[in-house]
Design a binder for this molecule. Sequence first.
Ligand code: FDA
Length: 313
Amino acid sequence: MLSRTVVLKVTSWPWMERMVKRSFLFRKLVQRFVAGDTLGEALDVSAELARRGFLISLDLLGENVKSLDEAISAKNAYIDMLGAIEARNLNASRKEPIEAANISIKLTQCGFDQGDEVAERHFREVLTEASRYGNFVRVDMEASEYTERTVSLIERVWPDHKNTGTVLQSYLYRTPSDLDRMIKLGARVRLVKGAYAEPASIAYPKKRDVDRAYVELAKKALRQVNYPAIATHDERIIAELKEFIASERIDPASFEFQMIYGVRRDLQEQLRSEGFNMRIYVPFGEAWYPYFTRRLAERPANLFFILKSLFKG
Ligand code: FDA
């Protein structure tokens, strides 16, 4: 059985990236996880999801820009996304104070590698624009070298911008303390298991420990975080949390579930029909490769199936 770490390693080899990008079979799988190359395509997909009662978070694919110019372009693209959400009326069905369609961004696209002050300047511009529309900007959490910088940046902008929140990963040993920092602030948190290859010195290597930490953190988040997002496709964990929510009499309007576009559509539909807030993370753009490899690593059976077809000729 291929492990998550092995898939992340193999897909980072340049020849593998070239092969995946050229392969017709992979292209089909990419289309399952990516809503389109353009903002227009992603908005069409989002409008259809909204019509069916789902909340949306739009994500422009791409990370680790290499220059200041690229960071400025990414910041401008985020601002365009906020305007396009308004123009397409995707927030018409919002249930105050929760927006029906928001955006998720990456600080390495805002220019983290060009300096914290570069990323902060761009991030603040995006937040200012979002507040004009009463919208919210979620900061995705990237690899561990950025964790402290991300949490600290949220704390720094918070006095001026309350329309943001971040993501915490249950595989990191440090996350309980980051969760406390976000609770103290009152910022929203999306809880995930974590999608990057991290060493055992800072992250649980065993899935069962990651899962156990997830449940503990989620229970705390449901009680104490401002409008937490429970972002997982793990049916067993969702069932356990639903029992907890019922027994603790937690108001379903006080949190949301989140899942990724193309993953467990049956479960997305089920939770929505049970009356839970269900937000779909809708990625789009041409820079899909790193995102796609993380989705493959979460379910190596996808990769195994394709490799088998390739070798069969
Ligand atoms: P787990 O990996 O245990 O999967 C549970 C079940 O879900 C599997 O058995 C399978 O049925 C299904 N499944 C999961 N992934 C699948 C896939 N790719 N293809 C097919 N089936 C799949 N991570 C991060 O580090 N930073 C971030 O900012 C985010 N943001 C984010 C937003 C949202 C809305 C979600 C749902 C997830 C993220 N993640 C993330 C990714 C997260 O860290 C994690 O890698 C994935 O959600 C997979 O973990 P699960 O919790 O789904 O459990």
